[in-house]
Design a protein around this ligand. Structure first.
Ligand SMILES: NC(=O)c1ccc[n+]([C@@H]2O[C@H](COP(=O)([O-])OP(=O)(O)OC[C@H]3O[C@@H](n4cnc5c(N)ncnc54)[C@H](O)[C@@H]3O)[C@@H](O)[C@H]2O)c1
Length: 437
């Protein structure tokens, strides 16, 4: 097949649909927020939202009335106005029918994210949705198509993009300090065995229903920012492999009483899933998911260029031409850097600390929320909505970062075959445009 005959990796837009790539929010003095889902995550998001200027939680919807109590208590303790609460089967419909909600923030189990986001956009609301934004490719397209039809934004709540180390790495990339970009590594490495077995049955269900990378965005979102994904580059292909699935079974055998129905469950998801992604610019990415097994938390967060490496956990830098070293290691350049050593990030902070962390770092750290990243994410979301600018992350990002969930499963189930990424921007990935600050 010649390249002329290669089908475009996207379906045509339906009549009336328009790109939202450059769509600015309508400016407003205040952002009135409706919450869908009032579980552990939404409670911690609200905790980080309280100090964000010009934002108010006006309403909460959860199928369970009881679930909303921690959030209403928290808001009362922090001197905030009491939000209206909607409970039961039509809680979401009631919240979406309100005319005093500008933004709907969704933090519910994964399989409900995309359907709820679509429903909210169709009700005329902008949406911020927890990760992953979608669990199937059809859902990724549903988000894109609905955002384009309704001209409402669907922002993915990928807090890791706002981490201090991630934004330091982004500044190193933007300054050209790493040279030309070649490769990145990203991971979600978090021992969730106890949570999976004891408290989050919907999350365990995903290990029964699926194989592949169940939670790709925490590692991939920051890497997408480094590579300018949807802003000069795009993910093109993925191939994925899984390890044996053993750890959850072992943990169950050790902790769950005999006769419990959980003993009948079969966990398909590999303990460790590893995907290799390629980008249109020829760069490679190793993306991992490992939530079953004893190990310290890690997101890998590595980016490699022709002049060196930023790598995390702990954060370290190695540059051949190093602007902070003036001619020691900086002039090495002898092609034998194997004896060199990584440096800690402190010497890089005066020049490369991200402006958001310089300006808001103190408030971010004071707010708690995953080391301040939650506060900065919500601050930027509210700022872009009040200023009437383009969001840092849009529906094309939500779709591209979530798609490896379904694509990795397709690759694994197909015998580790390479699978093509859809181009959710429909050919509009190559230009530089607004993204992370
Ligand atoms: N970004 C992060 O750092 C981070 C951290 C933790 C969790 N999360 C994400 O947040 C989401 C929620 O996780 P959680 O730990 O809070 O779960 P949870 O089980 O504690 O809470 C989910 C809540 O959603 C409600 N709910 C379920 N379906 C609903 C529906 N259709 N309409 C309205 N309410 C509904 C439930 O009653 C429950 O109160 C997940 O997607 C998870 O991956 C993200």
């Amino acid at each position: 097949m010649t390249s002329d005959a290669t089908p475009a990796p996207f379906p045509e837009r339906a009549p009336g649909q328009q790109s939202v790539a450059d769509l600015a929010f309508e400016p407003r003095a205040e952002v009135r927020i409706g919450l869908i889902g009032a579980g552990a995550r939404q409670t911690s998001l609200v905790n980080s939202l309280v100090p964000v200027p010009n934002s108010t939680v006006v309403a909460i919807a959860d199928s369970s009335a009881e679930a909303m109590v921690p959030i209403t208590d928290l808001l009362a303790e922090r001197g905030q106005p009491a939000p209206d609460t909607h409970a039961g089967d039509d809680a979401t419909a009631q919240l979406l029918a309100r005319d005093d909600v500008d933004l709907v923030m969704i933090a519910t189990p994964w399989t409900s994210h995309a359907p709820l986001a679509v429903q909210a956009m169709k009700a005329g609301k902008h949406v911020a949705v927890e990760v992953p934004a979608a669990v199937t490719l059809q859902e990724c397209w549903d988000l894109v198509n609905t955002s384009e039809q309704t001209q409402r934004h669907c922002v993915i709540l990928e807090n890791c993009c706002y981490g201090r180390n991630e934004l330091l790495a982004l500044q190193l990339v933007r300054a050209g300090a790493l040279g030309q970009l070649l490769h990145a590594e990203a991971s979600y490495t978090h021992d969730l065995r106890k949570m999976l077995m004891e408290t989050k049955s919907w999350r365990r269900q995903a290990h029964i229903d699926h194989d592949g990378n169940l939670y790709p965005t925490h590692g991939l979102g920051p890497v997408a920012a480094y590579f300018g994904i949807n802003r000069g580059d795009r993910f093109t292909r993925l191939v994925s492999m899984g390890s044996p699935s053993l750890g959850l079974q072992e943990f169950r055998a050790a902790t769950v009483p005999a006769g419990d129905p959980r003993h009948d469950e079969v966990y398909r998801a590999a303990d460790i899933n590893t995907s290799l992604l390629q980008t249109e610019q020829g760069r490679s990415i190793v993306l991992q998911h490992q939530v079953v097994g004893p190990r310290p938390y890690d997101r890998r967060n590595q980016v490699v260029g022709t002049n060196g490496i930023f790598t995390d956990y702990p954060p370290r830098v190695f540059l051949e031409q190093d602007p902070t070293l003036e001619g020691i290691q900086g002039d090495q350049g002898d092609g034998e850097s194997g004896h060199g050593e990584y440096r800690e990030i402190d010497p890089y902070l005066p020049e490369f600390e991200h402006p958001l962390w310089r300006a808001e770092g103190e408030a971010a750290l004071a707010s708690g929320g995953h080391g301040g990243m939650d506060y900065l994410m919500l601050l930027r979301l509210v700022q872009t909505m009040t200023e009437g600018t383009v969001p840092d992350m849009d529906v094309y990002d939500a779709a591209a970062w979530s798609a490896p969930g379904a694509l990795s499963e397709e690759s694994v189930v197909g015998g580790n075959v390479p699978v093509e990424f859809p181009d959710f921007t429909r050919g509009d990935w190559a230009r530089n445009r607004t993204g992370m600050p």
